[in-house]
Design a binder for this molecule. Sequence first.
Ligand code: DGL
Length: 268
Amino acid sequence: MNSLKIGIFDSGVGGLTVVRAVNLLLPGESVVYFGDTARLPYGSKSPETVIRFAMEDADFLLGKGIKLLVVACNTASSVSLPALREFADVPVIGVIEPGAKTAADVTRNGVVGVIGTLGTISSGAYQKALKSCGSVNRVVAQPSPLLVPLVEEGWLEHRITEMVLREYTAPLVSEGIDTLVLGCTHYPLLKDALSRILGPGISLVDSAESTAEEVAAILDAHDMRSDPVCGENSFYVSDIPLKFQEIAQRFLGRAVPLVTHVEVGDLR
Ligand code: DGL
């Protein structure tokens, strides 16, 4: 059991921010990653469709023999965790609760902002998770649908991205937030731009890091840590791998030479 891999999926490349955080925190663990690049984006789709996709993604990774499943997509985490937990015979972790808990620890004035896809913000999952933490008094949520395409384009420091970020964050700033949850797997790549725009008075919470900590805690609780050898990553995508490899290099900071294509129809 301990030598099995950790399964991680996302609608595309964004979940690689979680892979990077897991690799850093748990270098001995092997990861099998699935990016549903053929059906991306999930953020603008209905909850029913996202749940169906998430179940198929999970089924594919469970077929690889994994010891833990990480839903490294905020949109999928916001609607599909109950169904996935019923379906999977391994522990299932989403990215929303770890991010919310960190934000609750970080906030000083109890006013927390969250940005995410339309699907994530409309689900109310962050709002619910944050409000269940005692230290959070008010949550200000802002759908930010233009950010995913800008990150995929690599426009991390572009003046258009800066304008869009200013537009999305202005209402949160005027509500007095002191903490901002980056509620989408793509947003950690915009951390530098956001820090510059928001200044040192607003803390940014990256759920990738808190999710990796949650993975470590679950492995310890179930005594499932792998033997201390160097872990390996393997990558699968549902569209042709070329674009994924290009963007993955930006997300992981290193080349991803081997990515295997799997047809959507073969996921189950
Ligand atoms: N991975 C998605 C999320 O974290 C963003 C991309 C998409 O919309 O599919 O919500």
